[in-house]
Design a protein around this ligand. Sequence first.
Ligand code: 5GP
Ligand code: ZN
Length: 113
Amino acid sequence: MSDCIFCRIVKGEIPSKKVYEDEHIYAFEDLDPKAPTHVLIVPKKHIRGLKEAESSDAEIVGQCHLAAAKIAKDRGIEDGYRTVLNVGPGSGQSVFHMHVHLLGGRKLTWPPG
Ligand code: 5GP
Ligand code: ZN
């Protein structure tokens, strides 16, 4: 999708601070961090959001979460971090290319707002 900002970040057309990359996943620092660690993990393939994901996307959805766990381990924030998938405008989803937020490095309150 040429007009999707995360597709453009994956392609390198928009600069980003890369955190992790493999064949299917790209992870980068959020532009407007909400915690000391705020990384976005996205499938390289365009998926609009979790509710648009199909059963054939199960592996990539899981891989995004496992990548978050790996990054959290590498950063030593395993005492407490959070993975978040905003789904739909009512949740605050503003970029319609599925992404997992990894938030950590500070006390995280519950329930989230
Ligand atoms: P959402 O609100 O859709 O769950 O999350 C979108 C996230 O993408 C936000 O946290 C926002 O700060 C981040 N974001 C939006 N545009 C860019 C960008 O061009 N570069 C980076 N690194 N992050 C972005
Ligand atoms: Zn996209």
